[in-house]
Design a protein around this ligand. Structure first.
Ligand code: NDP
Ligand code: GDR
Length: 372
């Protein structure tokens, strides 16, 4: 039985990858952080009781900032594959916590690679690094492909640039099977609540049910190439099944604006909207309502305003990937469109919002977190 170790198993990608590898028959190990509250919601449905035999999902406490912890875990497991998905992954937050982001997202990768080397596993353990389209930042070429020069625009992207190159370096220096997936934005109903797509689908679902008043957004002109996380974790695994390690861009090859994502999400709730005004005065107003998903709303309601607090000190305005290499060499093509994904996210968030609204109606008010 193959053994995989996933850092960041409690995150969006980690949870889908764990599911995927369990289905493939792997023994899956994951590193989880200790928190003051439980943080395993995304993997609770695949949790396996450690007291029963044949447990194939095993969690270990750990942290990418803790070298001895990582060495001990890897020594104990002797994994065939390591997927380094753990990161402080929020670009805006990286401007607030640049040093911590560098430590986890940059040095964390080095710690794992060194652990593999110190333990003499460089010829047996394959290594996947979660690289990112944020490396392109201020884009030098469109669409972006494996050979496009990098120009990172945030402490997050600069830390990930270090990880990208240290992964290439360990491959070249020590002959390790180590590779980078340069993944463009990918989302799902499990996306963290403060990334833009989920903030929109969850926010609008809450507004439709009368649990929130208005969505406050940053740069809605921003253009992204969005795919579905399920499609992207499949590719992470495929990259480690080749004869030789290589780096791949994973993207859909189509880009849309944040404004368009808001329009689709509203449509899924039966709401037609229009955007008026410019810059920080731009607003989004309801022009028609169809169906019964938005009982709390009326035509003319303003459901989005701009709040400059969500502007970034340096913005990545546009990203568009060219996945031709992944298609040609690995036969990978995304199966879920961004519009299908948006609809799925809205449906899931609406279910939750309806539950909260029902509780509220019966006097069992559970505050909805609007921190974003
Ligand atoms: P998430 O933010 O959903 O998950 C991040 C994971 O990393 C969580 O499990 C988190 O644990 C864990 N983590 C955070 N800090 C540490 C630490 N110090 N030590 C160990 N683990 C830590 O990210 P995604 O699943 O969306 O992304 C996975 C990876 O892919 C990340 O590296 C991200 O930067 C990268 N990436 C993501 C893209 C995307 O669009 N989603 C695109 C390109 C790259 P906890 O649950 O405790 O917070
Ligand atoms: P990104 O994702 O920064 O691309 O990083 P995010 O969803 O946070 O932002 C995408 C774009 O939307 C704009 N935006 C807002 N973003 C947030 N979060 N909140 C807002 O209110 C808002 N308004 C507009 C942003 O300015 C940006 O232009 C994600 C992360 O998953 C990274 O870890 C990963 O590496 C990259 O995707 C690829």
């Amino acid at each position: 039985m193959k053994k995989a170790l996933i850092t960041g198993i409690t995150g969006q990608d980690g949870s889908y990858l764990a599911e995927f590898l369990l289905e493939k028959g792997y023994e899956v190990h994951g590193i989880k952080r200790r928190g003051s509250t439980l943080n395993t919601q995304r993997i609770d449905h695949i949790y396996q009781d450690p007291h029963v035999d044949s447990q194939r999902l095993i969690l270990h406490y750990g942290d990418l900032t803790d070298t001895s912890n990582l060495v001990r875990i890897i020594k104990d497991i002797q994994p065939d594959e390591i997927y380094n998905l753990g990161a402080q992954s929020h670009v805006a937050v990286s401007f607030d916590s640049p040093e911590y982001t560098a430590d986890v997202d940059g040095m964390g990768t080095l710690r794992l690679l060194e652990a593999i080397r110190l333990l003499g596993l460089e010829k047996t353990t394959k290594f996947y690094q979660a690289s990112t389209s944020e490396l392109y930042g201020l884009v030098q070429e469109t669409p972006q492909k494996e050979t496009t020069p990098f120009y990172p625009r945030s402490p997050y992207a600069v830390a990930k640039l270090y990880s990208y190159w240290i992964t290439v370096n360990y491959r070249e220096a020590y002959g390790m099977y180590a590779c980078n997936g340069i993944l463009f934005n990918h989302e799902s109903p499990r996306r963290g609540e403060t990334f833009v797509t989920r903030k929109i689908t969850r926010g609008l679902a809450n507004i439709a049910q009368g649990l929130e008043q208005c969505l406050y957004m940053g740069n809605i002109d921003s253009l992204r190439d969005w795919g579905h996380a399920k499609d992207y974790v499949r590719m992470q695994w495929m990259m480690l099944q080749q004869d030789t390690p290589e780096d791949f861009v994973i993207a859909t090859g189509v880009q849309y604006s944040v404004r368009e994502f808001i329009t689709w999400s509203a449509k899924e709730l039966g709401i037609t909207v229009e955007f008026t005004g410019t810059d920080v005065d731009e607003i989004c107003t309801i022009t028609a309502i169809d169906g019964d998903s938005a009982p709390a709303l009326n035509v003319g309601d303003v459901i989005m305003r701009i709040d400059p607090r969500y502007f970034r000190p340096a913005e990545v305005e546009t990203l568009l990937g060219d996945p031709a290499k992944a298609k040609e060499k690995l036969g990978w093509v995304p199966e879920i469109t961004v519009q299908e994904m948006c609809a799925e996210m809205v449906r899931e968030d609406l279910k939750t919002a309806k539950r909260h609204a029902l509780l509220k109606e019966h006097g069992m008010d559970m505050p909805v977190s609007v921190e974003n």
